[in-house]
Design a protein around this ligand. Structure first.
Ligand code: PEP
Length: 254
């Protein structure tokens, strides 16, 4: 059965004290108020990974994600972090292919495939993001763009390894804009993604792949989005920086 997941992408926000306060509040609220099965994945910036690992390690629903990694195991790559380094700091998941990394850091299909592959080899679960821009949606290229992002960067991976990947559909026009895809719009793309997986890897892997929706998810819209049959949770940016808001988002999952 596929997992329900709420992942918080903090991006380049918060200082260490703020990050620790947020996590302490979140842990307390969810311990007190939530009995469901969802996994909660937190993605702070690199310097906060290890301290946050210490705050969450004794709570089984919490997992730690990095927002990026480098596609080499070690070496002279000043300023970069390898998956082995991240794993040794408590990281279990890694966001790969976020649209901000594609847009501002020029990450391309080939690099992203290398990242996803090394991530899996290192025992870290990739959360691989796909999504179309507004102009791509308006020119009716959404499915083509999503298919390209999957075909080039994750479908070369063989079935057993592919089954370790979490996918996130994040329409670029909905990220940080306050414009959310309607539940029907999101469901249509999620169903399309699941169908591509079914065609490539078969029914069992398609049914077991968690596909998260991301793009201005908040406490008010989460339940409607998460009630769609092919939406298995959320990848949440802005609203994951507020403990009460993010708690309500997690509580929208069964
Ligand atoms: C994100 O950064 O992955 C995201 C979905 O951001 P927001 O929720 O702020 O739109």
């Amino acid at each position: 059965m596929r997992k329900k997941i709420a992942a918080g992408n903090w991006k380049m926000n918060l200082d260490l004290t703020q990050a620790q306060t947020l996590v302490s509040e979140l842990v307390q609220m969810l311990e007190d108020e939530y009995n469901g099965s969802a996994e909660v994945v937190l993605a702070p910036s690199y310097p906060f990974l290890y301290p946050i690992h210490h705050l969450i390690k004794s709570y089984s629903r919490f997992y730690l994600a990095s927002q990026n990694m480098y596609q080499k195991e070690s070496g002279a790559y000043t300023g970069e972090c390898s998956p082995m380094m991240l794993k040794s700091a408590g990281v279990t998941h890694c966001i790969i292919g976020h649209s901000e990394r594609r847009q501002y850091f020029g990450e391309n299909h080939e690099q992203l495939l290398a990242k996803v592959s090394l991530c899996i080899k290192s025992g870290i679960i990739p959360i691989y993001c796909v999504g179309e821009t507004l102009s791509e949606r308006e020119s009716e290229r959404t499915f083509e763009v999503i298919s390209d992002q999957l075909v080039h960067s994750v479908f070369p991976i063989e079935g057993e390894d592919f089954s370790k990947i979490i996918l996130a559909y994040e329409p670029v026009w909905a990220i940080g804009t306050g414009k959310t895809a309607s539940p029907a719009q999101a469901q249509a793309v999620h169903a399309y993604i699941r169908q591509l997986i079914r065609t490539k890897y078969g029914e069992e892997i398609a049914e077991n792949t968690s596909i998260l929706y991301g793009g201005s998810v908040n406490a008010a819209n989460a339940a409607d989005l998460f009630s769609q049959p092919d939406i298995d949770g959320g990848l949440v940016g802005g609203a994951s920086l507020k403990s009460r808001e993010f708690t309500e988002i997690v509580k929208a999952l069964p």
